[in-house]
Design a protein around this ligand. Structure first.
Ligand code: PEP
Ligand code: MG
Length: 591
């Protein structure tokens, strides 16, 4: 039966494919396709790992058989019996074989997929005792996965094999192989999303998340259709269901009828044609009708993203979110050399174009690791995040500053500091930067000239822009956080997503005033939040005087198209009216 789930549109386009349900805790399991000749090897890996776990349980059973009830309570023996039974369950074994042999999933992926299928069945059971066996299933999965780690996998770095787009025929015949896969999960952390950058999935759906949550941002940077905040989707969608993701409307259609499939197949092709058309603008300079040169920069998360930035025609990187180098490393942070090499790769990747490296912005919805920190506070977005985290650990911060300074010897580098609010924080940051330079001088290590800038992403900062401009060469407006902190809306919380409003007059005035003050003082200013890549806001930002936009590479050409059609002389007065309106969105849509 066809039904639709509504969520938040985060990454454009239409994806049609089969659902792959992945439990949030399992997303760091490798997902790749194997070659048909590797099927037996992969089935063998699962069998070997399962046998190893069975042997271990049997050994334990023998040991506890000799123990008294105090050392080995009766419940333990019963639990081991259950684990053994589950491991020998036919459905598990046959299911894993099916995913490997028929779908060519790698062993770990096949195992976790089948576990997800069985977990659903447990969820639906009436009997509470049986329902609780789901936890046992998860425990044995952990054990088998751990055992599999020791067994060689047929591929070390799996090649990404993107599935071909299905024809209508495939979809109607319910073909199994080679159709796109749509990842469905309750939640994904930003570092999980990074893993999926190299993956086989053609689209994402999550139950939770806001439009500018970092998970959504990474999905957007991957340029594949995604919907977040689609509550209950991971409960309502079953493994292998056909789904359509409408990334423009924020809708997920499950089990679509032939007519709906045909309609979305058409929309998908239209989207591809439109993208093809935009590529004609690749070499066209971004200049408005009245001759204003507009700088279109790229936001990147990893050095390797520089290639996509260059290919999209970016004239530099306006925001390199360096924290992605720090995440998911189980607390072992990258040292100076590792960071230096990563920054240098990004600089070299940009082929002489400038790169703005933002110092680490850990905290809020970007934890270092998935597990919550013991000292995590109730309000992480207001806690030890970004520059506050850096200043709280000067050695870590100095290491990063030295690495960025050293990398600046290989190209044009701007240093950007996130989430500053106080003049004292500014002075402390700049004094640590001097200290990092002195440390390199003492070691005789060369470094280049860098321009130093600050992000304006807290209303307090926007209100004291003059102070910021005393210290910094340039400013970059982080509208994602500026909106969050101005409106007191958690950007990652889908329950208040309808109130997260880039067009709130208070937000617009802070943005407008920051741009205006920079202009008065002849300093550069950029917007690097998601507003910069939103084509419905391009003319407004141009009218407010913005000349530098930084966004995901995939958005650059669409924004350029808007720029080419705009006349800033005509937009100035209109923009001033929009921001002084009670309800700017209405005037904007009427324009
Ligand atoms: C922002 O806040 O607008 C920004 C660009 O930084 P981030 O999204 O990484 O918080
Ligand atoms: Mg921010």
């Amino acid at each position: 039966m066809t039904f639709a789930i509504h969520g938040l549109a985060v990454a454009r386009g239409i994806a049609i494919g089969r659902a792959v349900l992945v439990a949030s805790s399992r997303v760091d399991v490798a997902h790749y396709f194997i070659a048909p000749e590797q099927v037996d090897v992969e089935i063998g890996r699962v069998r070997q790992a399962r046998n190893a776990v069975i042997d271990e349980i049997r050994r334990l059973q023998r040991t506890i058989a000799h123990m008294g009830p105090k050392e080995a309570p009766h419940e333990l023996a019963a639990l081991l019996d259950v684990h053994l039974m589950l491991l020998q369950d036919e459905e598990l074994i046959l299911g894993v074989k099916h995913w490997i042999a028929d779908r060519l999933y790698n062993a770990e992926w096949a195992l976790t997929t089948q576990l997800e299928v069985i977990a659903r069945q447990f969820d639906e059971m009436e009997d509470e005792y049986l329902r609780e066996r789901k936890a046992d299933m998860e425990q044995i999965a952990e054990k088998v996965l751990a055992a599999m780690k020791g067994l060689p996998s047929p591929l070390v770095v799996p090649p990404v094999r993107l599935p071909r787009r299905p024809s209508q025929q495939d979809l109607l015949l319910d073909d199994t192989l080679d159709v796109p896969l749509i990842l469905v999960a309750h939640d994904l952390s930003p570092s999980d999303m990074l893993q999926f950058k190299q993956s086989v999935f053609a689209g994402f759906v999550t139950d939770v998340g806001g439009k500018t949550s970092h998970t959504a941002i990474v999905a957007r940077s991957m340029d594949i259709p995604a919907v977040v905040g689609a509550r209950l989707s991971s409960h309502l969608i079953r493994q292998d269901d056909w789904v359509v993701i409408d990334g423009d409307a924020g809708v997920v259609i499950v089990d679509p009828s032939a007519i709906i499939l045909a309609e979305y197949g058409f929309k998908q092709r239209q989207g591809e044609i439109e993208r093809g058309r935009l590529t004609r603008l690749l070499r066209t300079p971004a200049v408005t009708l009245d001759g204003q040169k507009i700088e279109l920069l790229a936001n990147i998360e990893m050095p390797e993203d520089a290639a996509a930035a260059v290919n999209a025609g970016a004239v530099g990187v306006g925001l390199f979110r360096s924290e992605f180098l720090f995440m998911g490393r189980h607390g072992k942070l990258p040292d100076e050399q590792e960071q230096y090499l990563a920054y240098r790769r990004a600089i070299e990747g940009m082929q002489g174009l400038p790169v703005t490296i933002r110092t680490v912005d850990i905290g809020a919805d970007k934890p270092l690791d998935k597990a919550p920190r013991e000292d995590a506070y109730l309000n992480p977005a207001l806690g030890l995040r970004a520059i506050r985290w850096s200043l709280a650990d000067p050695d870590m911060f100095l290491t990063q500053l030295r690495a960025i300074l050293r990398a600046s010897a290989s190209g044009r580098v701007n240093l950007l500091v996130p989430m500053l609010a106080h003049a004292s924080e500014i002075r402390q940051t700049l004094s640590l930067l001097d200290h990092a330079r002195a440390q390199l001088d003492n070691r005789g290590v060369p470094y280049g000239d860098i321009r130093v800038g600050a992000m304006i992403e807290i209303p307090a900062a926007a209100l004291i822009v003059k102070t910021f401009l005393k210290y910094f060469d340039f400013l970059s407006i982080g509208t994602n956080d500026l909106i969050q902190y101005t409106l007191a809306i958690d950007r990652a919380d889908e329950s208040v997503a309808h109130l997260y409003d880039p067009l709130h007059p208070a937000v617009l005035r802070l943005v407008a005033e920051t741009i205006a003050e920079c202009k008065r003082q002849g300093k550069d200013v950029c917007v690097c939040g998601e507003m910069a890549g939103d084509t419905s806001l391009t003319r407004l930002l141009l009218g407010l005087g913005l000349r530098s936009f930084s966004m995901h590479p995939a958005q650059i050409l669409a924004v350029k198209q808007e720029v080419l059609r705009s006349d800033t002389n005509r937009l100035r007065d209109w923009a001033a009216q929009v921001i002084s309106d009670e309800d700017p969105a209405i005037r904007l849509t009427m324009a």
